[in-house]
Design a protein around this ligand. Structure first.
Ligand code: CU
Length: 352
C-alpha cells in the first residue's frame, strides 16, 4: 500500500542532483541525513499511525452501527434513547489527551533540539543572506562568498546564521528536516548535522515576491578534504591575468566614470601608481588618509582597497579635492569581483 506513495527521487526536489539521490523509503521520504531526523520523522510516523488507527476505528464503528442498527421498517420505534455514558466519555477524553501530550512532549523536545545548536555547530558557523531572490553564503574563517551554492563538510554539525536584507524569507532544507524564518533585522540561526555526501536543495519557504519559486540554492555536502580545496572560490584556478581582465571590464563599467588609470585627475584619484612592482611582488603606495577626523599614513593593500569599495567614507583620501568628493559605496560587490579589481590595479604596474 505504501509503495503507492513512493516517488521517483528524480522528481522530488529535495536533492539537486538526482544521480546522487539516496533511495527513498516507503513514504517517499529521504533516509536519515540529519541529526534532527529522529524527532521529525519519528513524530511524523507516530502521528500518521495514530491518524490511521483512529480513522479505521471510528469509520469502522460508524459503518458497523449503520449496518447493524439502522431502522428496518419505516415506523420502527427507537430501541433506546441513551443520552449519557460517563465512563465512555472519560475514556475518549483521557486517551486522546494522553496521545496529544505525547505528541507535544516529543515535538517540544525536537523543537528545543533544533533551536539550541550544540557547541560543535556554533564553531562551524556559516552565514546565509537572503534577498529577493537569491542566497549568498559566507564561510567560517574565510573571506569568500558564494551565490546560490554553498559547500559544507560532511559529518560535522553546522550552523547557519540567517540574515535578510529585504523582506521575509525562510531557510528550508527538507533533506535535513530544518526550516527557519529569515527575518529582516533579527538574528535567526539554524543548525543540522549532514551525515551523507551529496547535493541538496535549499528552498525559500516564505512567499517573498515574483521570483520566490526560483529562490533556491544548492548545498554541497562534501568530504573535509574536498572542502579544504575551497571549491566555492571561483578565482582559485584563475590566473592573475584572467582575474585582471575581469577586473578591467568591471572597471570600465562602474569605476571609470570617477577613476582614471593613466594619471589624469578625475572625481576620484587615478589608479596609476597604486602599486609598484618590486621583483615578483606588488607593493602598495603610501597614502595619507583621514579616518574619523584624524590624518594618518597607510600603505595601500588589498584590505584598504576592499574597504574603500565597501565603505569609502571610512578612510578618505586626504588629498584635495578628493577628500571633499564622495565615492559611491559598493557594499554588496561580490568578493571575486573585488579580487578582480585589485588584480587589475596591480596589473597597471606591469604595463611599463
Ligand atoms: Cu521566498
Amino acid at each position: 500500500m505504501f509503495a503507492l506513495l513512493t516517488q521517483d527521487p528524480a522528481k522530488i526536489n529535495y536533492v539537486a542532483d538526482p544521480a546522487k539521490a539516496p533511495t527513498l523509503d516507503a513514504f517517499g521520504q529521504l533516509p536519515e541525513l540529519a541529526s534532527t531526523f529522529g524527532h521529525v520523522d519519528g513524530l511524523f510516523y507516530f502521528t500518521y499511525a495514530v491518524c490511521i488507527f483512529f480513522f479505521v476505528l471510528i469509520v469502522g464503528v460508524l459503518l458497523f452501527s449503520v449496518v447493524k442498527y439502522h431502522r428496518k421498517t419505516f415506523d420502527q420505534p427507537a430501541a433506546s434513547n441513551v443520552t449519557h455514558n460517563t465512563p465512555l466519555e472519560v475514556v475518549w477524553t483521557v486517551i486522546p489527551l494522553i496521545i496529544v501530550m505525547v505528541m507535544f512532549a516529543w515535538g517540544f523536545d525536537g523543537c528545543m533540539d533544533m533551536h539550541y545548536a550544540p557547541h560543535a555547530a556554533s564553531q562551524n558557523q556559516f552565514k546565509a543572506t537572503a534577498k529577493q531572490w537569491s542566497w549568498t553564503f559566507n564561510y567560517p574563517n574565510d573571506p569568500s562568498q558564494s551565490f546560490n551554492e554553498v559547500w559544507i563538510p560532511v559529518d560535522k554539525p553546522v550552523q547557519f546564521v540567517l540574515e535578510s536584507t529585504d523582506v521575509l524569507h525562510a531557510f528550508y532544507m527538507p533533506s535535513m528536516r530544518v526550516k527557519r524564518d529569515v527575518i529582516p533585522g533579527r538574528l535567526q540561526t539554524v543548525w543540522f548535522h549532514p551525515k551523507k555526501e551529496g547535493e541538496f536543495h535549499l528552498f525559500c519557504a516564505e512567499y517573498c515576491g515574483d521570483d520566490h519559486s526560483r529562490m533556491y540554492a544548492k548545498v554541497h555536502v562534501v568530504k573535509q578534504s574536498v572542502y579544504d580545496t575551497r571549491p566555492w572560490d571561483q578565482w582559485k584556478d584563475a590566473t592573475p591575468a584572467e582575474a585582471a581582465a575581469s577586473g578591467e571590464s568591471l572597471y570600465k563599467q562602474i569605476c571609470a566614470s570617477c577613476h582614471s588609470v593613466n594619471g589624469t585627475p578625475s572625481v576620484g584619484p587615478s589608479w596609476k601608481g597604486m602599486f609598484t612592482k618590486q621583483g615578483e611582488n606588488y607593493v602598495g603606495r603610501q597614502r595619507e588618509v583621514v579616518e574619523g577626523g584624524a590624518k594618518k599614513t597607510i600603505t595601500v593593500d588589498d584590505a584598504y582597497i576592499t574597504e574603500s569599495i565597501q565603505k569609502p567614507d571610512q578612510k578618505k583620501v586626504a588629498e584635495e579635492p578628493y577628500v571633499k568628493n564622495a565615492m559611491t559605496a559598493f557594499p554588496t560587490l561580490e568578493e571575486r569581483k573585488i579580487k578582480g579589481l585589485i588584480q587589475y590595479m596591480k596589473s597597471l604596474a606591469d604595463a611599463k
